[in-house]
Write a protein that binds this ligand. Structure first.
Ligand code: NAD
Length: 361
């Protein structure tokens, strides 16, 4: 089969990790008889440097016409890069919000899986890790605080800033469905996380999730307050299967979940909407501190490419093959510096890509 993939390397380590993901995809294509046609696009700082904006309308239009979008990361060194002297709507990260909104990607799936061979890299004590954990955060991506009206004003000589958190029931319903559907394909446990003891949007969230839950009697639904969830993630991560939550809570909790897997360099993500067109990117940022040094872990991006095969192209076997290849390379002891432990073999970004591609056979 043939697929068109809009590829956005972005900034910092973006081009390095995208190169490795393409290497692995092409190998999978060769083994299984598929062709991936890449169109390289600019976004973030790379686009600001050329076009003065983080995402042009033409780039968005090209992305919309593709079968899927594969993204590295955007952004630079805050405080050092000139990009941050621009107004917020022209900074690199504004491109991310615009493409997510433009492609109507309202569901962000972030798996947090502790690989058996990386237990040593997990910062939690062995008795807490137990059998390990394998959860997924389903985060609402196009509503809530990050998209609400915001302003900074001066009142009575004092600066005052406000942001608004709004959800309507349809926005909650569609992400709740995505959460239940995800749980249905896994261990059938959905924990909806909110702050219903304080904020109205969370009270509506909880009601609507319960209503949607009636259509999924096979999925066990529970609620948890976000502060408790932050605590439970480090106290007993094995209790979670699917965490369903709104935009900002999901942003924070998925980073926390990612950290306890050992390295943010391991975690993929998929952003999905109503159609098959999805955007796939690692959960981490552009890591300007290690950019251009061949040190970045490409696994999160390679695993994101596997998610692309699964969710946008329905190539489950090929996706599993890539995930298995990552597992095999880890079990042979190869590590990038972020997950290195004594006794392992240190490799750079490009070598790690080669090793994973070799295992796809
Ligand atoms: P970051 O995720 O880029 O880096 C945090 C730490 O993790 C750094 O020490 C970095 O070296 C390390 N790290 C990240 N990815 C790694 C990998 N693949 N391999 C090895 N180590 C890795 O977060 P940050 O430093 O807070 O942000 C840097 C820039 O990235 C900022 O401009 C931020 O806005 C942007 N950002 C972009 C995205 C995105 O594009 N989706 C997401 C988060 C942050």
């Amino acid at each position: 089969m043939e697929f068109s993939v809009a590829v956005i390397p972005g900034d910092g380590i973006g081009p390095e990790i995208i190169r490795e993901a393409k290497k692995v995809l092409d190998k999978a294509g060769k083994v299984y008889g598929h062709r991936f046609h890449y169109t390289e696009l600019l976004m973030g700082g790379a686009s600001i440097d050329v076009h003065g904006v983080p995402l042009t309308e033409e780039t968005l239009a090209t992305a919309k016409k593709s079968d899927a979008v594969l993204l590295g990361a955007v952004g630079g060194n805050v405080g050092v890069s000139n990009w941050y002297s621009l107004p917020p709507e022209l900074r690199p990260e504004a491109g991310l919000l615009k493409i997510r909104k433009g492609l109507e990607l309202f569901a962000n799936l972030r798996p947090a899986l502790l690989f058996e061979d990386l237990k040593k890299a997990c910062p939690l004590k062995e008795e807490i890790i137990g059998e390990g954990f394998d959860m997924i955060v389903v985060r609402e991506l196009t509503g809530g605080l990050y998209f609400g009206e915001r302003k900074t004003v001066v009142e009575n000589g004092l600066r005052k800033a406000y942001d608004t958190l709004t959800y309507d029931e349809e926005e909650i319903r569609r992400i709740a469905r995505a959460g239940f559907e995800t749980a249905r394909k896994r261990r059938k446990k959905l924990c909806s996380v909110d702050k219903a003891n304080v904020i109205d949007s969370s009270r509506l969230w909880r009601q609507v999730v319960k209503e949607v839950g009636k259509d999924y009697p096979d999925v066990e639904l529970s609620d948890m307050l976000v502060d408790n969830c932050a605590m439970q993630l480090v106290k007993d991560p094995g209790q979670f299967d699917v965490i369903l939550t709104e935009n900002m809570f999901g942003d924070i909790l998925s980073d926390e979940a990612s950290m306890i897997t050992g390295s943010i360099g391991m975690l993929p993500s998929a952003s999905l909407g109503k159609t098959k067109l999805g955007l796939y990117e690692p959960s981490h940022g552009s890591a300007p501190d290690i950019a251009g040094q061949n040190k970045a872990n490409p696994m999160a991006t390679i695993l994101s490419a596997a998610m692309m095969l699964r969710y946008s192209f329905d190539l489950e076997e090929e996706a599993l093959k890539i995930e298995e290849a990552v597992r095999k390379v880890l079990s042979k002891g190869y590590r990038t510096v972020d997950i290195m432990s004594p006794g392992n073999v240190l490799v750079g970004t490009d070598k790690m890509g080669d090793l994973i591609a070799e295992e796809v056979k």
